[in-house]
Write a protein that binds this ligand. Structure first.
Ligand code: GTP
Ligand code: SPV
Ligand code: MN
Length: 611
């Protein structure tokens, strides 16, 4: 036993001073799932090493060449366990109407019975790990706590990177401190003598949330968002329910700090749907001299009114679970630097030298690879070498642009809120909402082409309000109402953030992106900050204020005049159809849609009519 283990484990094998409610719950889940043994995780480096060697022995992790990628490993999942399963994700509120029309719902009593049956004996032959964690800096007034039990050492390893996991978090959960219990099993019990597989999982999957009692149960998958329950399940779905009661917002948002050439500092929170550019925007390397962007978070932000009434935000996570494909020196050098050592890669390709590769990592494609399925791969193959949703798991502290205030327990004041999605048409490169309420219309009607981050047809356009469609633990229209109210309170108290919309993904008739994106996105960000500072006039449009002529130096971004015009083209018929679609979308949420949102859509429609 390591020194830390001895310190935290009492004589009866339980951590000393532990909240009895945790011990009782762990005992209950152990009796139900019947694991071979129980390990309380302390979050130490020694424990991480033990987990890694367990995973190596099981064949889950393959060590990469230590000279090329020190401390790093490749995991290949079961080919049917590669993304979030939205069709198997449930919000089991007491009343169906509280889950809203866009969440799957089942009666909580029925779901409890279903899960009790599935979980009975589910951990047989396996170790149950008890994983205490803090979302947010341990001890921050904005932090919230949870305990996950899991029979997957891969999930424990991931939780150790993605959260502040272990003894410190456990010590903070004193009697009376609320904590969220999360039960996870891969659903693959082992009979005595039965040989294990490298990636145990089950065809049957359930990702279940009880928003009122703040509980999470997950069965059958070991993939990221389905299994690392601190992340989407807790920090978004359960947190959206907690935040609604406590007056703060759980958001699928990156968080960045930008400093202009005068040294003025702004903080920006931006909501883009899954695989739509949050990690890249958070790590942006400006192409305009004198500007700096630093990273606070790449996926989740919690926004709460501070003592001065202004909205403050923290990144509740401690790591990045990022999309690999498309990440390269040319697009995201900061991510490439972050990924130099101590990374777990999942479902990327393996080079003959024992390093990783994925589509977009280098311009030159290796002559031979082992693909994400473990098969030989050559450039003439008809399938990608890395799965389109292959990912890296890495500590945020390892990011060279991590901001010095990323762990500020008080959070940072948010100056701008940005919404963005993948839109080949209609939505301009950048625009500013006329008001907080107009900004909330932008958020509520946000749409994007589907990506590989979840099951479903890639490319299909769907509305993804606030980038939270798969992540709201409450009725989506109530989430909008909450944003409206929190913003109105901030406006009165000390000022709400300005709200913007961006679209890096508009395409020309020939199907090519009109905007270079990545580092050049600083041009849009600069205009956003110029608007906040009052140095850009803007011009009116149905989408709010857009850059006036000359306010963005598009030639410096390498964009020709015709493409620049196309990035802001407003086609009356197409926008009328867009407004009709948005109206039908709002109608699908029924009577709970806030009047402000409907009024803003009517206003937008009037502006489209006037085109
Ligand atoms: P999640 O982790 O799923 O929430 O994704 P994310 O929003 O963090 O997306 P990420 O930054 O990982 O980007 C997803 C994909 O979009 C990657 O393949 C990127 O290369 C690509 N991408 C990001 N930013 C841009 C951009 O400005 N332009 C273009 N064309 N592609 C981009
Ligand atoms: C997303 O899908 O938005 C992700 C990956 O960030 S997951 O953690 O699987 O949700
Ligand atoms: Mn995400």
């Amino acid at each position: 036993m390591t020194v830390i283990e001895q310190q935290i484990l009492g004589l009866d094998g339980l951590p000393a001073g532990i909240d009895p409610s945790i011990a009782a719950w762990v005992g209950r889940i152990a009796r139900l799932t019947d694991p071979e043994r129980i390990v309380w995780c302390d979050g130490s480096m020694a424990e991480r090493q033990r987990l890694i060697s367990t995973l190596e022995k099981a064949g889950t992790l393959t060590p990469l060449n230590p000279e090329l990628r020190p401390g790093s490993y490749l995991a290949r999942s079961n080919p049917d366990d590669v993304a979030r399963v939205e069709s198997r994700t449930f919000i089991c509120s007491e009343h169906e109407e509280d889950a809203g029309p866009t969440n799957n719902w089942m009666d909580p009593n029925r779901m409890r019975a279903t899960l009790s049956e599935l979980m009975a004996g589910a951990m047989r032959g396996r170790t149950m790990y008890v994983v205490p964690f803090s979302m947010g800096p341990v001890g921050s007034p904005l932090a919230r706590y949870g305990v996950q039990v899991t029979d997957s050492p891969y999930v424990v390893l991931s939780m150790g990177t993605m959260t502040r996991m272990g003894a410190d978090a456990l010590r903070r959960i004193t009697p009376g401190t609320p904590w969220v219990p999360a039960v996870h099993s891969v659903g693959a019990p082992l009979l005595p003598g039965q040989e294990d597989v490298p990636w145990p999982c089950n065809e049957t999957k359930y990702i279940v949330h009880y928003p009122e009692t703040r509980e999470i149960w997950s069965y059958g998958s070991a993939y990221g968002g389905n299994a690392i329950l601190a992340k989407k399940a807790f920090a978004l779905r359960i947190a959206s329910a907690i935040g609604q009661d406590e007056g703060w917002i759980a958001a699928h948002m990156l968080l960045l700090k930008v400093t202009n050439p005068d040294g003025r500092v702004f903080h920006v929170a931006a909501a883009f749907p899954s695989a739509c550019g949050k990690t890249n925007f958070a790590m942006l390397q400006p192409t305009i001299p004198g500007w700096t962007v630093e990273t606070l978070g790449d996926d989740i932000a919690w926004l709460a009114p501070g003592p001065d009434g202004r909205l403050r935000a923290i990144n509740p996570e401690a790591g990045f679970f990022g999309v690999a494909p498309g990440t390269g020196r040319g697009t995201n050098p900061v991510a490439m630097d972050t990924l130099e050592h101590d990374v777990v890669f999942t479902n990327v390709a393996l080079t003959d030298e024992g390093d990783v590769w994925w589509e977009g990592m280098t311009d030159e494609v290796p002559d031979h690879l082992t693909d994400w399925l473990g098969k030989d791969w050559t450039p003439d193959a008809s399938t990608p070498a890395a799965h389109p949703n292959s990912r890296f798991t890495v500590a945020a502290a390892q990011c060279p642009t991590i901001s010095d205030d990323w762990e500020d327990p008080a959070g940072v004041v948010v100056d701008a809120v940005i919404f963005g999605g993948r839109r080949a048409t209609n939505v301009p490169l950048v625009s500013q909402a006329r008001s907080w309420d107009h900004g909330m219309l932008m958020g509520a009607t946000l749409a994007s082409e589907r990506t590989a981050a979840a099951e479903g047809t890639v490319g299909e356009l769907r509305r993804d309000p606030f980038a939270m469609l798969p992540f709201s633990g409450v009725h989506m229209a109530d989430h909008w109402k909450h944003w409206l109210e929190v913003g109105h309170a901030a406006e009165v108290a000390g000022g709400a953030p300005a709200v913007f919309q961006v679209n890096w993904f508009r395409k020309g008739a020939d199907g090519r992106f009109l905007w270079p994106g990545f580092g050049e996105n600083i041009h849009a960000l600069k205009w956003i900050l110029d608007r906040i500072d009052g140095t850009a006039e803007g011009a009116d449009s149905p989408f709010g204020y857009v850059p006036a002529d000359g306010e963005i130096d598009h030639a410096a971004a390498g964009v020709e005049d015709a493409d620049w015009a196309a990035l802001f083209a407003m086609d009356k018929d197409a926008l009328t159809a867009e407004a009709d679609d948005a109206a039908a979308f709002l109608d699908s949420y029924g009577g709970r849609v806030p009047a402000e949102i409907r009024a803003e859509l009517a206003e937008m429609r009037a502006r489209i009519d006037a085109l």
